[in-house]
Design a protein around this ligand. Structure first.
Ligand SMILES: [Zn+2]
Length: 427
């Protein structure tokens, strides 16, 4: 048994209510808030299962040793019996997280289509749990679930010094409400929906991380109000993402989609998505370089000399054939020699387009080779100098599971201000 699974088994076995692994009451408050904003037809489809989904099924992954009747809804069949999925509680890496989401979403949708609503609602509860735990302020510090490392940086108050922080950070009686929120459709097949859900969940993880230190500081200061305010910030976004997931699974189960929502899925900009290199949604040390020292990836801006954010700009060929400078709100600036790798959902997108070039003001003297690979095989590449217009790439990605963007220095290292503008997947 690997160490993460061993940890889960031990924690769940010794803590029947799994206080170390759950939002507990907040799971219920968040799931109910999400269910409340579903369209009426979806509430009707859930019928008698709506109430237990909010009260009970969202806790199935925490109750696998006490609620034996429902435990199978938190199991992956191909794995050895009784090995419950730690990834339902703590974020693993993107490929595993995506596999877990895809598996349970697939189960929920298949059950809905077979009119087995009670089974579907239980699988949906398992997914709710995963989303909610990932977006909990106590579940988002990689490798430090009990905060004993973080407490070395933030020494505890006298009152808190002997307490593990996990429970106090996340537990509470939270009045979660997202009235007026319109759940988003995340896909019309499970591959697509689980992939988009993964990226929504990343937004939830980052939002939750921004609340963890304020909560700890408020706990040290015995400021219960401030603890709740920060917890609510995490729980509210968690509820919105949970609503997106529930809405999408019910749309998929009923094969019923609003045309406008379906149209919005025709393309997927990827500049704001986290690549695999940002292993736990931050760039580890190995992704930074000494020369040029500004060469780590940024979304939406480029850093002059590594510190001054500038808008993304490229020279492009205008309608009359003349070269003009254009600003791009969506894009990625990155450094030489390190790749950015994005997981793609299989069989969803046909094409990938991107404009690649150097910032005309900062990189006029540079020259960079832009390379796009799919599953390790080259799809396209171009060498662009700072004096030339950006190169427009268009690649077929129908069979591709991993898309990789790489920059290689072919000129003055101080001028390699390279930009991938409007990187977009198309159906
Ligand atoms: Zn949990």
């Amino acid at each position: 048994m690997n160490p993460r699974r061993f940890l889960l088994t031990v924690l769940i076995a010794i803590l029947p209510c799994a206080s170390a692994l759950a939002w507990r009451e907040p799971h219920i408050a968040i799931t109910k808030a999400a269910l409340a904003v579903l369209p009426d037809w979806q509430k009707a489809l859930l019928g008698d299962e709506l109430a237990p989904l909010g009260e009970n099924y969202c806790l199935i992954p925490d109750h696998v040793y006490t609620d034996r009747a429902n435990a199978k809804f938190a199991l992956i069949e191909s794995r050895p019996r009784e090995v419950y999925v730690l990834d339902l509680h703590l974020p693993a890496q993107q490929p595993e997280n995506l596999e877990t989401l895809r598996y349970f979403m697939g189960k929920a949708v298949a059950a809905l289509r077979a009119k087995r609503v009670p089974d579907a609602a239980r699988f949906m509860g398992t997914i709710c749990h995963q989303i909610e735990d990932y977006g909990s302020p106590a579940h988002t510090l990689p490798g430090d679930n009990m905060f004993t490392l973080l407490q070395q940086f933030l020494p505890p108050s006298e009152a808190m010094k002997d307490q593990l922080l996990h429970g106090p950070i996340e537990n509470g009686d939270l009045p979660v409400k997202i009235d007026g929120y319109r759940p988003r459709l995340l896909g019309t097949i499970v591959e697509e929906a689980s992939w988009r859900l993964l990226h929504r969940i990343h937004e939830g993880i980052l939002n939750a991380r921004s609340t963890t230190v304020p909560i700890i500081q408020a706990l040290y200061a015995s400021d219960a109000k401030a603890v709740e305010t920060a917890q609510m910030k995490a729980a509210t976004v968690d509820a919105q993402i949970t609503a997106d997931a529930l809405h999408t699974m019910l749309c998929l189960g009923a094969e019923r989609y609003e045309p406008e929502a379906e149209r919005a899925l025709a393309q997927a900009p990827i500049s704001a998505l986290w690549p695999l290199e940002a292993e736990s949604l931050y760039y580890p040390q190995k992704q930074f370089f000494s020369s040029p020292n500004w060469g780590f990836p940024h979304t939406g801006v480029i850093l002059a000399e590594g510190k001054k954010a500038q808008p993304l700009k490229l020279r492009v060929t205008g309608r009359d054939g003349a070269s003009v400078e254009r600003e791009f709100p969506n894009g990625i600036s990155a450094g030489m020699g390190k790749s950015l790798t994005f997981l793609l959902p299989r069989g969803v997108y046909h094409g990938f387009t991107v404009l690649a070039g150097l910032h005309p003001g900062l990189g006029a003297n540079g020259k960079v080779e832009f390379t796009i690979t799919g599953d390790g095989q080259p799809l396209a590449s171009a060498v662009v100098s700072g004096a030339e217009p950006a190169h427009a790439f268009e690649c077929d990605v129908r069979q591709i599971a991993e898309l990789q963007l790489t920059l290689t220095s072919r000129g003055d290292p101080r001028s390699q201000y390279a930009i991938w503008a409007e990187p977009t997947l198309w159906k």
